[in-house]
Design a protein around this ligand. Structure first.
Ligand SMILES: Cc1cc2nc3c(=O)[nH]c(=O)nc-3n(C[C@H](O)[C@H](O)[C@H](O)COP(=O)(O)OP(=O)(O)OC[C@H]3O[C@@H](n4cnc5c(N)ncnc54)[C@H](O)[C@@H]3O)c2cc1C
Length: 362
């Protein structure tokens, strides 16, 4: 019988599990992921701001896997030998596969500077960040490093949660939300100013201390709690896997979501880049890849021809502003308001409820 391994409980694999519950493939299926509760990171700023409990923003993979006839192993891959079709897990176990589907996401790209790992908290894994925040002494100052959409949201969320703390958002680019529409940048800048968040752009970080971020020009930014929200980076273990990677180290796939080098390996979400249609590392694309991934995995198990898929060119982005207010942007059209927050709240809760009706109740 075909052995299909799903690696990572990411967004795309939620749809795969959902589809397998309806149409079960004739295969031995194993999901390997470190935590039974997989977080929906779009709601993380809301957890930090205090609008949600962490559990409300997580999907329990156990019932989903059970309905899909899929065994669940709580572990993480630390190496992949694509030539021999073997994964090595953190527990030391070696797992072989006939078909592998990877949806392990990404982590912030943290520069190799003194103190970066010891004194800074990566925004992912989400559970680790929340635990660090929960156990830290109430900060007098916080710093968020990386002013993309996630960084702006986290800075505004921290401001909402710790209104008395000094809050600084730092980026090496000359402007925030690089490559985003100008109107979105302007609305976000206004919101940061309104909420007294200090903004440092064009800033080169030289070192992190326990209570400060030191810049290359000598400036010292007070920070009792620093969060890395720098752009997405791939996991190190992909480097020696033998899989074809893109220029940044993400798995290069074709429109069938198969690896360019190893057709028995599929990949979707942040961990993958479709060679012909690269898209930003954003949850929207991981979600959209879910149904075509599920369909192609089913076809691969049955030995049928696979179908090609093209991700949409533009996506709706909604940035929460700490308070119950948000900014939405799509293709240059930007709006802000409390109703936008309520809209996002409805979308996010519905997503979690679709896969875990108990999330809101537990
Ligand atoms: C603060 C914040 C806010 C965001 N807001 C939005 C938003 O509003 N809209 C949007 O579109 N995007 C948003 N994003 C981006 C979005 O979170 C990611 O693009 C999305 O999570 C990617 O989905 P994924 O399925 O690729 O991976 P993930 O959702 O990250 O899931 C990866 C899964 O793989 C598991 N895993 C990781 N490593 C291993 C391993 N070695 N072995 C086994 N399992 C592993 C993880 O535990 C996790 O379950 C936000 C990101 C952040 C940080």
């Amino acid at each position: 019988m075909t052995r299909l391994v799903l690696l990572g409980g990411g967004h795309a694999h939620l749809f795969v599990l959902e589809a397998f519950a309806r149409d079960r493939p004739d295969a031995e299926i194993l999901l390997i992921t470190p935590d039974a509760l997989t977080p929906y990171s779009g709601m993380l700023p809301g957890v930090i701001a205090g609008h949600y409990r962490h559990r409300q923003t997580c999907i329990d993979l156990r019932p989903l896997a059970a309905k899909a006839g899929c065994a669940l192993r709580l572990d993480a891959a630390v190496a992949l030998d694509a030539a021999h079709r073997q994964l090595q897990l953190a527990s030391g176990e070696i797992v072989g596969y006939d078909l592998l589907s990877i949806d392990t996401g990404s982590t912030p790209a943290i520069p190799d500077i003194p103190g970066a790992a010891q004194h800074g908290h990566p925004v992912k894994p989400v559970a680790t960040l929340l635990e660090s925040w929960r156990t830290a002494a109430p900060p007098e100052s916080v710093a968020v490093i990386g002013a993309g959409a996630a960084g702006v949201e986290i800075a505004l969320a921290l401001r909402h949660r710790a209104p008395g703390a000094r809050c600084t958002l730092i980026d090496r680019s000359a402007q925030i939300l690089d490559r985003q529409p100008e109107r979105l940048q302007r609305l976000a800048l206004n919101e940061l100013a309104r909420q007294r968040i200090d903004l440092l752009t064009g800033a080169q970080i030289a070192r992190l201390d326990p209570h400060a971020v030191l810049l290359a020009d000598g400036l010292r930014v007070a920070s009792d709690f620093a969060v890395w929200t720098t752009g997405a980076a791939p996991a190190n273990w992909l480097r020696d896997s033998g899989l074809a990677l893109d220029g940044r180290g993400f798995i290069a796939t074709d429109p069938t979501l198969q690896s360019l080098s190893h057709p028995e390996v599929f990949a979707a979400g942040d961990v993958a880049t479709m060679a012909d249609a690269p898209r930003p590392k954003s949850g929207v694309y991981a979600v959209r890849a879910g149904p075509p991934l599920a369909a192609n995995l089913l076809r691969a198990v049955r030995g049928e021809a696979l179908q090609r898929w093209q991700p949409q060119a533009r996506a709706l982005m909604i940035m929460a502003c700490g308070r119950r207010n948000a900014i939405a942007s799509r293709g240059g059209l930007c709006v802000q308001g409390d109703w936008v927050w309520r809209w996002k709240d409805r979308i996010d809760r519905a997503f979690v409820r679709r896969f875990d009706p108990r999330a809101d109740q537990d």
